[in-house]
Design a protein around this ligand. Structure first.
Ligand SMILES: *[C@@H]1O[C@H](CO)[C@@H](O)[C@H](O)[C@H]1NC(C)=O
Length: 347
């Protein structure tokens, strides 16, 4: 199937580039109401007066979240997010694609998870990709950010095409998962909805659950703005044509300059990658992991954590306060946490 689809796409790309008639996907932000609806924690979801931004709050009673009105089969999805400051250990803010409600046993998922931390310690960002229920083969990576995400909004975006998933932060690619045949069903391939949530991840989010949410600091509020839903609506009859548009759109094309920017980001900010973790899956390296010349491998421990990047030397904490001595201990970190697949769901 993959080969046939690929050939078809190549043919369609040729036709569309020749005709130059392809409508371009609209990557301008939409009002909340136009693309999204509340998902859970209703009165903890507060819209701005102009309807273009939404605040999601977590308090003792509940978190909150919203979901796209439409499921999409490929596209580019972005939100600018300003994260809560102060003590946010255990708090998780997520922006992700999923179809777990439609395919509970074999769902697809693409995640940005922003993991809160103790006062004076950096937020961390985690990305993940699942396909067809591959929850026992998490493609996890974790990063520090080159800025303080609590001072102003920053854009977190996912480009999902038939051949790759690219994660962006403020327009710079930070990760590219290229679909290779050996991935089989592990690459997301069914229509997904877009979600944003804030919830209590005490059990795992901060140093493997060592620091839990402290509700003395509640409510925790994350502000979402600049909502971009440039996707191919599922079941619209033009999914293939739209997928080609997605593949040829600027956000999907990895130029040498973008690859260079991605390498720079990863050298400075990548804390953990499953691609260099030799312990978690008993030495199995996922087929899409590409370090052909082995140039990266020496920078990582056998358990996938970076030897170069740690929150004691990097990150944004200097902007607000001096790094503290105990950060070095914190940076050593625990073992990578496991994604709590059930906990994103609003029940
Ligand atoms: C996806 O999962 C379903 C149900 O487990 C299975 O029947 C199907 O073959 C899988 N598809 C791929 C491409 O692996």
């Amino acid at each position: 199937m993959a080969t046939g689809a690929a050939a078809l796409l190549v043919a369609l790309i040729a036709v569309i580039s020749w005709s130059a008639a392809a409508a371009s996907l609209d990557t301008s932000p939409v009002p909340f109401q136009a693309g999204y609806m509340p998902l859970f924690g209703d009165d903890n979801l507060v819209r701005s007066p102009d309807g273009r931004s939404v605040r999601l709050k977590l308090d003792r009673r509940t978190g909150s979240g919203f979901v796209s009105k439409t499921a999409y089969h490929h596209g580019y999805f972005s939100a600018s997010i300003k994260l809560p400051d102060d003590h946010t250990a255990g708090v998780v803010v997520a922006f992700y694609l999923s179809n777990a409600d439609v395919f509970p046993g074999n769902h697809d998922e693409v995640d940005f998870e922003l993991l809160g931390n103790r006062l004076g310690h950096e937020w961390r960002v985690q990305t993940n990709v699942y396909g067809n229920g591959s929850t026992s083969r998490g493609r996890e990576e974790r990063y520090l950010l080159p800025f303080d995400p609590t001072l102003r909004p920053h854009a977190y975006a996912v480009a999902w095409t038939p051949t790759a998933v690219v994660f962006y932060v403020d327009g710079a690619p930070i990760r590219e998962v290229v679909r290779v045949p050996a991935m089989g069903g592990d690459f997301p391939s069914k229509p997904m909805s877009v979600y944003a949530t804030i919830w209590d991840g005490s059990a795992w989010a901060t140093d493997g659950g060592r620091y839990r949410v402290d509700y003395a600091h509640a409510p925790f509020a994350a502000d979402f703005s600049h909502l971009v839903l440039a996707g191919c609506p599922a079941g619209g009859g033009s999914e293939t044509r739209c997928a080609v548009e997605v593949m040829t759109a600027e956000f999907a094309v990895m130029t040498p300059a973008k690859r260079a920017a991605m390498r720079r980001f990863r050298r400075r900010h990548l804390l953990y990658t499953v691609c260099h973790d030799r312990l978690r899956y008993k030495g199995t390296v996922f087929p899409e992991c590409d370090d052909a010349d082995g140039s990266e491998r020496g920078d990582f421990h056998r358990w996938g954590e970076s030897k170069r990047v740690s929150s004691s030397r990097r990150g944004y904490s200097q902007q607000k306060q001096q790094p503290r001595a105990d950060m070095a201990v914190d940076a050593a970190g625990g073992r990578p946490s496991t994604w709590p697949i059930g906990s994103l769901r609003a029940d």
